[in-house]
Write a protein that binds this ligand. Structure first.
Ligand code: FMN
Length: 312
């Protein structure tokens, strides 16, 4: 990794929401781009800021504008984020919108929007900080879209998993721990299982074991949540990444290449289907969250690490 990529990776550990920043070009054309550099600044006067890369195609429109808007995306708007980060055609044709009182394009179905007058532009390295004085705003109760480590996530799913852990003692917690292109698997003879345990002592033991192996699984994102039909019990699996080194595998824990996982050697059918999905998703870098039963459910795409336009 180059120094810039390292710095970008370090910045990306900061968990943010996702916004689309919009303005109207001098000929009235709506322009906008995806931004997670949004920060609230001041209540009195009401100020916010966003950082605009000096390489943005739409920079000229912002330089000439007197107003801009910040639209905070909801968890159902991952496609809107991708459109405003990467689509070269008319982005507004793909996202329903209206015009605010101050002439800025406002996207529909957002968690919140703020229409601002440009208060100050501050040169800051390869970005320009736009500080806006809020003239008008509105917010809804909807679930916001989250972003961390170059992947999207939704708190709604995380909250569902947390409620499940709180309400039922009979929940298996498991981890898909990626180490480069390998997965941490417990292997006894041919029989394979994921690092997983029932809530309580066994789970604490597993966490200690992973800690001993210097496997940092604490930043995991929800990957699959399902009910075992026959027993009414649940399983929740998290996907996480461990650094290559130091990793010290003991107690039958092995790193197996994801592309060659011996899926048929895992005992239960839902885990086998989960691993088959994981293998496919790992190959494309586009992950989803499964929620359902052993046999039927939905996969919601929540992380698309390939559509990263914000990588230099
Ligand atoms: C989640 C996410 C956050 C981003 N945050 C910013 C940002 O804060 N500032 C910025 O200038 N670009 C950011 N980008 C990149 C722009 O959205 C991207 O470069 C966009 O295509 C620019 O539009 P343009 O065609 O006008 O250059 C982000 C992209 C993503 C996916």
């Amino acid at each position: 990794m180059t120094d810039q990529q390292q710095l970008r990776a370090a910045f990306s550990t900061f968990l943010t929401g996702v916004t689309v920043v919009t303005t109207s070009a001098s000929d009235g054309t709506p322009v906008g781009f995806t931004a997670n550099s949004f920060t609230s600044v001041s209540l009195d006067p009401p100020l916010l800021l966003v950082c605009l890369s000096n390489t943005l195609n739409c920079l000229e429109a912002f330089e000439q504008a007197q107003h801009f808007a910040v639209n905070i995306l909801s968890s159902s708007q991952q496609d809107v984020s991708n459109t405003f980060a990467a689509y070269d055609g008319d982005r507004f044709e793909k996202a329903s919108h209206r015009t605010g009182n101050n002439g800025c394009p406002l996207l529909n179905d957002c968690c919140a929007w703020f229409e601002c007058k440009i208060h100050q532009r501050v040169d800051a390295g390869d970005h320009t900080i736009y500080i806006g004085k809020i003239l008008d705003y509105q917010y809804e109760e909807s679930d916001p879209l989250g972003y961390s480590r170059q992947g999207y996530f939704s708190l709604q799913h995380e909250q569902m998993a947390r409620q499940l852990h709180a309400s039922s003692p009979d929940v298996v917690t498991g981890y898909l721990i990626e180490v480069d292109d390998c997965l941490v698997v417990r292997k006894q003879g041919d029989q394979c299982t994921l690092p997983e345990a029932l809530a309580g002592n066994a789970l604490e033991q597993l966490h200690l074991e992973l800690q001993d192996g210097k496997i940092n699984h604490s930043t995991g994102m929800l990957y699959s949540m399902f009910q075992f039909g026959d027993r009414g019990s649940h399983a929740v699996y998290y996907r996480c990444r461990a650094k290559t080194a130091p990793i010290d595998l003991t107690n039958n824990l092995h790193c197996l290449p994801i592309a060659e996982l011996p899926i048929e050697n895992f005992e239960t059918k839902p885990v086998r289907s989960m691993l088959a999905r994981f293998q496919r998703e790992h190959a494309t870098g586009s992950y989803g969250i499964y929620h359902g039963t052993e046999t039927a459910g939905n996969v919601t795409p929540v992380s698309d690490e390939n559509t990263q336009a914000y990588r230099s």
